[in-house]
Ligand binder design. Structure first.
Ligand SMILES: Cc1cc2nc3c(=O)[nH]c(=O)nc-3n(C[C@H](O)[C@H](O)[C@H](O)COP(=O)(O)OP(=O)(O)OC[C@H]3O[C@@H](n4cnc5c(N)ncnc54)[C@H](O)[C@@H]3O)c2cc1C
Length: 311
């Protein structure tokens, strides 16, 4: 069906479910249907898993990003969707960029939100200019409109039970893949903030890289991950990939422990979906306490060494 809203997915992440729910909301605004698109290597383990989409297109081909993008572009040229959405990161960001180039359309990367405006155009909301502004981007004329979405910034809502019909799509021609994948390696294992249930985040108040090592030790003990404020990153105490906030990762763990973090709105923007927050700060007036379920006025080191010494 033309004009559908597609979610190109691997069905395996909780973020995909939230993205399908967002697609359903957009489809309601546009009065159209949703579809999930997956490749053979990403097929759902069970046909009934379609996250509430009306259709599932299964492209019966495998390969590298290079060939998968060509198959997706071919499918889009045949079925003419209005929008194609992808979860941000990993293989899907690459497929999205290649497919947009093949279809000669635009792509907005790492959106935090999407909505349909009064002209029925997709508004793609994302930070721009280093996080200095929140931009709303539209793709005026080229079609389809395409976006990758940081799914960790979406509300985890249920998109309902699926009625999805399955369309098996065989590409016109199986391409010779110029890329040979020798090995898949998960390099960020144990460091991925978006999947962590517990985050121990440190700010400028930690004072040194050695201090951050103690935070990492505590994170390891609790089975969580260490995060950081931008000031801590700028000071060289932690690497950028740990940064949480407007210009870093958006997280929503069960427990967020903020140590030596003042609580700027740019930092809060990245962690305010945490279920429970413990804040430790020597300043009783630190704004972070306004967001904390448990506020501890104390030096962070007392808290961390106490926790590390607890059996
Ligand atoms: C465009 C833009 C984008 C930005 N993006 C981000 C972002 O993504 N993420 C982000 O975090 N910031 C971001 N910032 C920066 C933000 O404005 C703040 O400067 C930053 O969050 C402050 O970090 P902090 O709380 O670690 O440092 P500070 O504000 O310096 O706070 C340090 C805190 O540590 C406490 N402290 C000191 N010693 C101890 C101790 N021994 N024990 C316990 N507490 C102690 C102090 O009381 C203080 O509250 C951005 C800014 C701009 C302009």
């Amino acid at each position: 069906m033309p004009d559908e809203i597609w979610v190109c997915t691997d069905f395996s992440t909780s973020g995909t479910k939230a993205l399908a729910a967002l697609a359903a909301k957009l489809a309601e605004s546009l009065g159209t249907e949703t579809a999930a698109v997956c490749f053979r290597q990403h097929e759902p383990p069970n046909q009934s898993i379609n996250y509430g989409t009306d259709t599932v297109y299964q492209i019966s081909a495998e390969g590298s990003d290079y060939v998968l993008s060509k198959y997706l572009a071919e499918l889009a040229e045949e079925y003419r969707p209005q929008l194609i959405l992808f979860p941000s990161g990993g293989q899907f960001s690459i497929i999205a960029a290649r497919t947009a180039a093949l279809l000669k359309t635009g792509l907005t990367a790492d959106c935090r939100d999407l909505y349909i405006d009064s002209d029925n155009l997709l508004r793609q909301v994302r930070p721009a200019y280093g996080g200095g502004i929140i931009a709303e981007i539209v793709c005026g004329t080229a079609r389809p409109q395409m976006a990758t979405v940081k799914t960790d910034s979406l509300q985890a809502v249920d998109s309902g039970s699926g009625r999805g019909r399955v369309v098996l799509y065989k590409p016109n021609e199986l391409l010779i893949d110029p890329v040979e994948i020798l090995e898949h390696k998960l390099i960020l294992k144990g460091e991925d903030l978006s999947d962590a249930n517990i985050i121990i985040a440190g700010g400028k108040g930690i004072g040194s890289r050695q201090g951050f090592q103690l935070l990492s030790d505590l994170a390891e003990k609790l089975g969580g991950a260490a995060g950081a404020s931008r000031s801590a990153v700028d000071a060289g105490y932690a690497d950028y990939k740990k940064q949480i906030g407007q210009t870093g990762s958006t997280v929503s763990p069960d427990l967020y422990i903020a140590l030596g973090i003042s609580g700027s709105f740019q930092h809060i923007a990245g962690m305010n979906r945490s279920k429970k927050v413990i804040a430790v700060n020597t300043d009783p007036k630190a704004p972070i306490f306004d967001y904390a379920d448990i506020a501890i006025v104390a030096p962070w080191k007392d808290f961390v060494t106490g926790m590390l010494n607890t059996k």
